[in-house]
Design a binder for this molecule. Structure first.
Ligand SMILES: N[C@@H](CCC(=O)N[C@@H](CS)C(=O)NCC(=O)O)C(=O)O
Length: 209
């Protein structure tokens, strides 16, 4: 098994943290996004979307999408459970993970990818050119603000995002909060519940990855 990875990017990071929480040892294959190695013909043959992370299984199958990779690993290594146990806990993890992906990571990416010169003509991942749209910067900032307000409300009454147990949803949220700092958004300052949660989760050894 191998994980195609880039150490600076938020999606590969949440999978690396998941692997660390599971105490698994999976070799990493670096793919440098800054040098656009994800757009090489060799990598596009592995993942035509041109995104990381990708897991290569022992059977030679390639799995992209962070949640799909983590679901595969959870099925093979159930302890400690990070995707919930029981119908309702599993649904809560998937629900909050989806909220963090769609309303959090996507909003922050909308800001970064439409403002940073490094993403010129690459405002969306993938091999086709996509122009930056400056009005999306303010929209992304607004979406991110709404997202973190919702997260703060949730964390006011729950220790972790999906309830009483630490889960993959917390890893995705940690990736969101640290990614937000790239575009000068720091929800810990405005929202004490997020600050309380962040202090705990960011001190786990896996968060150093
Ligand atoms: N939905 C995917 C998102 C993967 C993704 O967008 N990864 C980013 C790095 S965080 C990427 O590979 N970007 C490539 C690019 O910008 O060309 C997942 O959950 O893994």
């Amino acid at each position: 098994m191998r994980l195609f990875d880039f150490n600076r990017a938020p999606n590969p990071r949440r999978v690396r943290m998941f692997i660390a929480e599971k105490r698994l040892d999976i070799p990493l294959v670096p793919v440098n996004l800054y040098r656009h190695e994800q757009l090489s013909p060799e990598f596009l043959a592995i993942n035509p979307a041109g995104t990381l992370p990708v897991l290569e299984t022992d059977e030679g199958e390639y799995i992209s999408e962070s949640l799909a990779i983590c679901s595969y690993l959870e099925a093979r290594h159930p302890d400690p459970p990070l995707l919930g146990t029981g119908a309702s806990a599993c649904a809560r993890v998937l629900m909050w993970n989806a909220i963090c992906e769609q309303d959090g990571l996507a909003a922050i990416a909308e800001v970064l990818r439409n403002v940073s010169p490094g993403f010129r003509d690459h405002a969306l991942p993938g091999p086709l050119p996509v122009a930056q749209l400056p009005p999306l910067v303010a929209r992304g900032q607004q979406r991110a603000a709404w997202f973190f307000e919702r997260i703060a409300t949730r964390l006011q009454h729950h220790q972790y995002l999906a309830g009483d147990s630490f889960s993959f949803a917390d890893l995705t949220l940690l990736a969101c909060v640290d990614f937000a700092a790239w575009v000068q958004i720091q929800p810990q300052q405005a929202h004490p519940p997020i600050a309380r949660w962040y202090a705990e989760v960011a001190s786990r050894p896996s968060a150093r990855l």
